[in-house]
Ligand binder design. Sequence first.
Ligand SMILES: Cc1cc2nc3c(=O)[nH]c(=O)nc-3n(C[C@H](O)[C@H](O)[C@H](O)COP(=O)(O)OP(=O)(O)OC[C@H]3O[C@@H](n4cnc5c(N)ncnc54)[C@H](O)[C@@H]3O)c2cc1C
Length: 428
Amino acid sequence: MKKFDVVVVGGGSAGVAAALGAARAGCSTLLLERASRLGGNVAQALVHSICGLFEISEGGRPRLANGGFALEFARQLVAAGGARGPLRMGRLDVLLQEPAAFARTCLQLTACEPRLTVWREARVESAFVRDGILERVTLCGSEESVEGRVFVDASGDAALARAAGAATEQVPGAQMQRPAFIFGLAQVAPDVMEEERRLRLVGALRSAIREGALSPALAGAAVRPTCEGDQVRVTLDLDARGGEYDPLNEFLLAGVHREACALAEEFTGFLRREIRGFEGAEIWEWPARLGIREGARLVGEYVLSAEDVLEGATFSDAVCVSAWPIEMRETATGPRLRYPERGKSVQVPLRALLSREVSNLWAAGRCLSCTHEAHAAIRVIGTALATGEAAGRAAAAMVSGPLVATGERDALAARIRAVTGAGALEEW
Ligand SMILES: Cc1cc2nc3c(=O)[nH]c(=O)nc-3n(C[C@H](O)[C@H](O)[C@H](O)COP(=O)(O)OP(=O)(O)OC[C@H]3O[C@@H](n4cnc5c(N)ncnc54)[C@H](O)[C@@H]3O)c2cc1C
């Protein structure tokens, strides 16, 4: 049996940050990722901007919400030519990034850390808990176990927490944030993303749907620029069977994926025929998976709420901040945004990363402990990088003994804050 101090499940933004956080704190660490590439939703579903790195503001120079690994990662990606920005979008600043470069940066950073072992194509299937302590996991298709002293669930869908029988939460399909299908188009004219041309495209799309020339399922299609002038990416927000939608049902996802491929072809045909600048457009990039915004979440010692996000709540055990509005995407026709009332970002408490009943299980990123509405704010990549680093550091601290008293947790949170640079407010 293989043994590690810390085992991290899921190699997306949160998992890479958690694994590096634990390894850099001196722990032998194993990162398990079911796909062949690290990077999670970015590498597999082609998510192409990084939100949540910067404070929400009315203007001025962008200020960092957190420092630490989130900043290190963003700087390395920009230096490698894999991202550009920050670009201003209303009260928000985002980095536009290339998924392949994002995945490469994950690989390069993890390869440099001697205490970190990465297994790809390694899907965690079961978990074994004794007396409230998670002891080991097994991988799909193997009887062999991997033992850990502390675990981090960064699977996006609380796969480890569910396997361990820890409490998790998942809202009914009709309320869920809709999934999306993102694909890349090449050979487009460099000016197709100019404001006036973009508005004309939206108008033409609406008319074509009204006239019955295009599927109504394409109503939420959005075309966005990339780092390359002659390429764009298209995001198709999907209804995905309405109330039947279940992001954990692989059978349903396979059907939705198949239908989305056909919609992508239909939309590309429409652009080629009807929109100037797209005459020679070709699909050059298909996603490996649908983009899943919301799945199941851990129920932790604290459940972060929409009220917390809107009030900009503070906590004595804060480990980082979440700087993004509540961005609800419960329909396939675009987001509904709610901003923190005083413009102040909510802090994320250590307790929202710790399982309520499995004492050595932490969670980060998309599956940390929060309500459905709060999730619509905390799920973005900048926050996943920060909560991942915090969970990895917390897991490393737990390797040398359990955390019992509240005072100990506050002291640990303060040490973690010093690493994540929470509320750093430095200029970019
Ligand atoms: C369509 C769409 C658009 C988005 N747009 C943006 C945006 O513009 N900007 C932004 O910042 N965020 C955006 N997001 C949100 C963001 O992509 C995610 O929430 C972010 O990826 C969360 O990171 P994560 O590491 O928590 O989860 P994920 O990126 O989902 O990573 C989880 C990883 O765990 C792995 N995994 C799952 N189960 C197992 C298992 N059993 N064993 C081993 N590995 C497992 C998965 O393969 C995956 O690699 C978008 C999301 C979607 C779906």
